[in-house]
Ligand binder design. Structure first.
Ligand SMILES: Nc1nc2c(ncn2[C@@H]2O[C@H](COP(=O)(O)OP(=O)(O)OP(=O)(O)O)[C@@H](O)[C@H]2O)c(=O)[nH]1
Ligand SMILES: [Mg+2]
Length: 394
């Protein structure tokens, strides 16, 4: 049920550091390519104003937490090994590990904002590489991965359609259903890509165009430039203007650690922090914290929490809805107030929500009720951000 976002990029760019900063999981981080071999999975949180303030009672989140009227909604994050050019031909660690990302709804594509690493992730000197080059080849590898899934045995399927009839979009959908891509999206991608009128003329190019279209709609990406703490203000501005979201995973990780040990007060996403007790800091810690503060002033925070929220709310277009069983008190059966906060795509309906909670609830849907207005809603009702919804089913 939980939403998942993948972190991808070439080796050594800072994927695991960003993952660790987001999820607080302790994972291998190393100054060399291919530190990560097995994928890491963890949970991060996006913030949203919690509706419990409207009823003046605190909520009881089953997952995540709620503090000072801010609800922290969980999102699963997955960090995988680094990709190199021609990974689909077996270079580097190959692209098989991408199968761990089948369920990911979108990708945070990490690029090295300092341009210091070659395409294999080896250090070659500051500014030697264009960070956007990372994006281009990694995107191509993702296309090749999906094209590989579609292309697997496709000629056999096409011949069958020619001899027995059937639809190409159905054939493709069978192959990509495991990627969490629905029939509607598949049909749209096939239509946009255009396919040969005579299926005998089908080539790998057709498969690739469909893969490109599918990614656009069902696995959107944002570009995050890590190691931004190494940039000058001018460099920071140039990269920002090129559409790169700049972050320092390293600084966010340090702040979370300092906050955990009680040295500072810091909430992820804030653009500053406060030192709790100056006398507890040694000189080294004080200098490090001041360096971090200087960067945060320049960048409007470390950028890590902001990047995740941009991904969830703007790239994936999610809204937050609160299913309840008692629409009057906004509780579940046991009296927990607003127990669940669920991320749904903008445009989702009451029926989509029912299915997301449980297939049974979707199949036996009768009606929904708006927890605020107590109005009855049909299955086609389009959900609004912050809606509190009861689903009534057989
Ligand atoms: N200055 C700075 N260094 C960073 C930052 N993020 C990562 N690093 C350093 O970059 C190196 C690589 O970091 P990782 O997080 O292991 O990179 P990765 O992309 O997971 O690498 P692979 O798993 O090998 O593909 C380490 O030495 C990190 O300390 C950052 O935001 N700022
Ligand atoms: Mg790693």
């Amino acid at each position: 049920m939980s939403n998942q976002i993948g972190i991808i990029g070439k080796p050594n760019v800072g994927k695991s550091t960003l993952f660790s900063a987001l999820t607080e999981n302790i994972v291998g981080i190393g100054n060399y390519p291919f530190t990560t071999i097995q994928s890491n999975i963890g949970v991060a949180y996006v913030r949203v104003k919690c509706p419990h303030i409207e009823i003046g009672k605190s909520c009881n989140p089953k997952f995540g937490k709620c503090e000072n009227g801010i609800r922290y909604v969980p999102v699963q994050i997955i960090d995988v090994a680094g990709l190199v050019p021609d990974a689909h031909l077996g270079k580097g660690l190959g692209n098989k590990f991408l199968d761990d990302l089948r369920k990911a709804e979108g990708f945070i594509q990490v690029v090295d904002s300092t341009g210091s690493l070659d395409r294999q992730g080896n250090f070659v000197g500051f500014g030697k590489f264009d960070p956007m080059d990372d994006y281009e080849f990694v995107h191509k590898e993702i296309v090749m991965w999906i094209a590989g899934i579609i292309g697997d045995n496709i000629q056999k399927g096409l011949r069958k359609i020619e001899s027995e009839g059937g639809k190409v979009e159905e054939l493709i959908h069978q192959k990509v259903a495991g990627l969490g891509i629905d029939e509607k999206t598949t049909a749209m991608a096939v239509k946009n890509a255009g396919i040969p009128s005579n299926l005998k003329n089908w080539t790998d190019e057709d498969t690739m165009r469909i893969a490109e279209e599918l990614i656009k709609y069902s696995k959107p990406s944002m570009i995050v430039g890590t190691k931004a703490d190494q940039l000058s203000p001018e460099q920071l501005n140039i990269l920002k203007s090129r559409g790169i979201f700049l972050v320092s995973g390293d600084y966010e990780l340090a702040l979370k650690k300092a906050s955990k040990t009680g040295l500072i007060k810091y909430n992820p996403g804030d653009n500053d922090f406060t030192i709790i007790d100056e006398t507890k800091l040694n000189n080294q810690q004080r200098d490090a914290l001041e360096k971090i503060r200087k960067f945060m002033k320049m960048n409007g925070g470390t950028g890590v929490q902001q990047a995740l929220e941009h991904m969830v709310y703007d790239v994936l277009n999610y809204i937050v809805v609160y299913p309840v069983e008692d629409e009057s008190h906004w509780t579940d059966k046991s009296g927990n107030i607003l127990p669940d906060a669920i991320l749904m795509k903008k445009g989702s309906t009451a029926l989509d929500l029912a299915y997301k909670i449980h297939t049974d609830l979707g199949e036996n849907f009768i009606r929904a009720i708006n927890g605020r207005t107590k109005r009855i809603l049909g299955k086609e009702y389009v959900l609004n951000n912050g809606d509190i919804i009861k689903i009534v089913a057989h």
